[in-house]
Write a protein that binds this ligand. Structure first.
Ligand code: ADP
Ligand code: MG
Length: 782
């Protein structure tokens, strides 16, 4: 150990010399000068002192003041200066993988190093980290997983948890675990960093730990709400009454024109919506009434008009547009690139900014464009706090963001847009005032803003509880209820209990509340358990393609449009798709397949137009399908050989059965009565009356539903157990496809192996599924 100590001392000395050499080099000096200009620099000594004197410190400061890049670096530098270079180990978590990578790269550059020397990063499936890496940026999920195998974080001296104001689920989880750990590791330092002043909650959670604020300076930002924006752009939108009737037969060209007009109609419906929803009276409205106010339907036209206005009339300066997601960003980018109104195309630089872009693209966002071009950055809400673009003067805010349901795969955006909070709107506005006074265009009325929530609900409280429980179990955080009761803010105990019960019923948790094999697979998929189950079953029963469509469809909105003045036409368009069976799900599958064919010869829009389908929703379904497919491929639930997962895709009864299996126990059996329809829930046999809106569909649905349920569950005459599967396949039954008690399925502890075994069995022998939850009397009663 003396040798060891000697070696460490030598290494520390080396690190110090290296650091000093860089700081004294011309580039190093230049970098230092930049770093000294950041607001955090003035607080450096005070911060270092607070950290050394307290186990936990909560630090807040405006975005861009230098929290993420500077604070961990100050610690690293001071440890190296003090000769502890070789023994310190600093971890800084980021909610998103892209920020972990970008920040690590930036800090390495500020230290005149390559990634993997003293600074590294680690995100899921990727990372650069060397033997001498002392400062590691990683996603919160990575640290949580490390805690599974290394409960005490051996050797770690400092943990920074960044962006805690976002209240992501992983961050909230991490804080519960770290709070315990601090008791066992009195020398471990925990630093919480936040972009807002809302630090009291965290401080009191850690028994009154000190709060520090980094004062920052921002220029005033002029704020325009929609009323104002419309005035500024001079209502450059087509009036509503010039729109042709929807759904009339037209030549292809006319349809295209009409479509363009319809887009603008949607845009002007901003005014209509103002009228119709009577926003003047917004204060008395609930937040729900805002659901009808959809920025998607504002269309790009409004954003486009604002951009044209800025490019033509306003002073130079970069524009930052907040949009909801990757799809919208790409479509708007395409639309803008062919748009001459923005001016000389060589003088306009349109850059997308979202979680899945390459790092070479990233750099362009930070750089000032050459030749004085105007930079337009189309970003998701990650540009709100975790990324700073320095030259932004104009902000365009569409008012919505996609909320993550949960983040098992580190940010998979299979999510829906929802209204942002006042705090987010303020944050977005603030992006405009970093270098000079700025302008912010909110594309929603002031009265809508007034009823925004003050802060976004913590993810822990808005994640579906069932998914939350699965996550807690898969991270092995102990008893679900007990763990949640120790969180910063816990969901209601009764709802948690209900969620646990549900998970038991669907076979994701066993009696001891431990994950079953099915549960473990469901926990990997960042979708609601019922959708996850459909996906897994779709793969097992080899009808994946239609199931991907159904799951995607259930995750977005209904693509079937019913314009209120064309209801009959729309209805009959839809009934073409559901002709034989009146199933909404099968209708969706057929509509999607038809659209996909039409897309091949670029007539997707025409197809949607004729069939009263929303082209935008179809595109969203298409993109979600790809995401879900990726999600299944990633943990090895399916492989590249797609054909083999679609052997039974044309078997509509099987598809229906898989859908029912996913929806279980949310399915009912139909009690045949003369005139009325009573439905019996599968779970507790409760009878409820069910009224379908469209009486035409009742009778068909009843039979079809019965049929599907018969296919779904049948009693095995030999074992007396209920088996799942197609009757034709019964002779070749395999035993317990998904073992009902955990651990006896073979294939070791590795879920991937186990699933592969399941899939092999399903392929070579014959799929059967023990639905142990279904008691025979319940089934017979149906
Ligand atoms: P905070 O975490 O407080 O929001 P950061 O530490 O991320 O702030 O950034 C501090 C400053 O460092 C930013 O204002 C920006 O000027 C600069 N900066 C950060 N990342 C980069 C980068 N990748 N390239 C150039 N400058 C950067
Ligand atoms: Mg930061």
């Amino acid at each position: 150990s003396i040798v060891m100590e000697k070696m460490l001392r030598r290494r520390s000395l080396q690190l110090r010399n290296q650091q000093v050499a860089w700081q004294e080099s011309p580039e190093g000096l230049k970098m230092l000068e930049f770093r000294k200009s950041l607001p955090s620099y003035k607080e450096k000594e005070a911060l270092l002192q607070a950290i050394s004197r307290n186990q936990v410190v909560v630090i807040s400061g405006e975005t861009g003041c230098g929290k993420t890049t500077q604070l961990p670096q100050y610690i690293l530098e001071s440890e190296i200066d003090n000769g502890h270079g070789a023994t310190c180990s600093i971890i800084c978590t980021q909610p998103r993988r892209i920020s972990a990578m970008a920040v690590a790269e930036r800090v390495a550059a500020e230290r005149g190093e390559n990634l993997g020397e003293s600074v590294g990063y680690k995100v899921r499936l990727e990372g650069i980290k060397g033997r001498d890496t002392r400062l590691l940026f990683c996603t919160t999920g990575i640290l949580l997983r490390r805690l599974l195998v290394d409960r005490n974080l051996k050797g770690v001296t400092h943990v920074f948890v960044d962006e805690i104001h976002e209240r992501g689920m992983n961050e909230d989880f991490l804080l519960v675990v770290l709070k315990d750990l601090l008791l066992h590791r009195p020398e471990l330092k925990l630093i919480l960093m936040s972009a807002t002043l809302n630090a009291e909650l965290f401080s009191s959670y850690f028994s009154g730990s000190p709060m520090m604020h980094i004062p920052g300076f921002t220029y005033p930002v002029r704020t325009h709400f929609l009323e104002n924006v419309l005035e500024i752009i001079g209502h450059r939108l087509t009036p509503y009454n010039q729109i042709d009737d929807y759904g009339q037969e037209k030549s292809w060209k006319m349809q295209k024109q009409a479509l363009r007009k319809r887009k603008s109609q949607i845009a002007t419906s901003v005014e209509d919506a103002l009228e119709a929803a009577d926003f003047r009276d917004c204060s008395s409205r609930t937040r729900e009434s805002l659901a009808c106010w959809n920025p998607d339907s504002i269309g790009f036209n409004l954003i486009e008009s604002v951009l044209v206005h800025i490019c033509q009339k306003e002073r130079p300066g970069a524009i930052l547009v907040f949009m909801t997601g990757w799809d919208d960003i790409n479509s708007l980018k395409e639309q803008l690139q062919s748009h001459l109104l923005l001016g000389d195309p060589t003088k306009v630089l349109i850059l997308p900014c979202h979680g899945s872009m390459a790092s070479s693209e990233q750099r362009l966002i930070f750089d000032k464009p050459q030749n004085g071009a105007r930079k337009i950055v189309l970003a998701t809400n990650m540009a709100e706090t975790s990324i700073t673009i320095n030259d932004v003067v104009f902000v365009v805010d569409c008012g919505k963001a996609k909320e993550t349901s949960y983040d098992a795969l580190n940010n998979t955006p299979c999510l829906l847009p929802t209204w942002i909070s006042k705090a987010s709107a303020r944050q977005r506005r603030g992006r405009a005032g970093r270098v000079q006074p700025g302008e912010c265009y909110h594309l929603y009325p002031k009265c809508v803003y007034d009823v925004f929530a003050d802060y976004q609900l913590p993810e822990l409280l808005r994640t579906p509880l069932q998914s939350l429980c699965l996550q807690i179990k898969s991270l092995r955080l102990g008893s679900i209820s007990e763990f949640l009761s120790r969180a910063l803010q816990s969901p209601e105990a009764l709802s948690v209990q209900n969620a646990i019960e549900y998970l038991k019923v669907i076979g994701a948790l066993d009696e001891k509340q431990e994950l079953t094999i099915l549960g473990r697979h469901l926990a990997i998929l960042p979708v609601e358990p019922k959708l996850g189950k459909m996906l897994i079953f779709g793969a097992i029963f080899r009808c994946l393609d239609p199931i991907l469509t159904v799951v995607a469809g259930l995750s977005v909105r209904d693509p079937f449009l019913t314009p209120f003045d064309k209801k009959d036409l729309a209805d009959s368009a839809k009934s073409q798709f559901s002709c034989r069976d009146y199933s909404d799900h099968l209708a969706l599958i057929r509509a999607y397949e038809g659209w996909k064919d039409a897309e091949k010869d670029h007539s997707g829009y025409d197809y949607c137009w004729k069939n009263f389908l929303s082209a935008q929703t179809m595109k969203a379904i298409d993109s979600l399908r790809k995401q879900f497919h990726f999600l299944l491929k990633d943990p090895g639930l399916v492989d590249e050989n797609l054909m083999s997962y679609n052997i039974w895709s044309r078997d509509e009864n099987l598809v229906r059965a898989v859908i029912c299996a996913g929806l279980f126990p949310g399915i009912c059996s139909v009690v045949n009565k003369e005139r009325s329809i009573a439905l019996k829930t599968m779970e507790d046999g409760q009878v409820m009356l069910y009224s379908l809106q469209n009486p035409r569909m009742n009778i068909q649905t009843r039979e079809e539903l019965l049929h599907a349920i018969r296919l779904l569950v049948t009693e095995d005459p030999c074992s007396g157990q209920f088996v799942f599967g197609r009757q034709e396949l019964q002779p070749k039954i395999i035993k317990s496809l998904l073992p009902t008690s955990s651990g006896n399925g073979g294939g070791g502890d590795n879920p991937k192996n186990q699933l592969q075994m399941m899939l092999t069995r399903a392929g070579h022998e014959n799929p059967t599924y023990k639905t142990k939850q279904l008691k025979s009397n319940q089934f017979r009663a149906t």
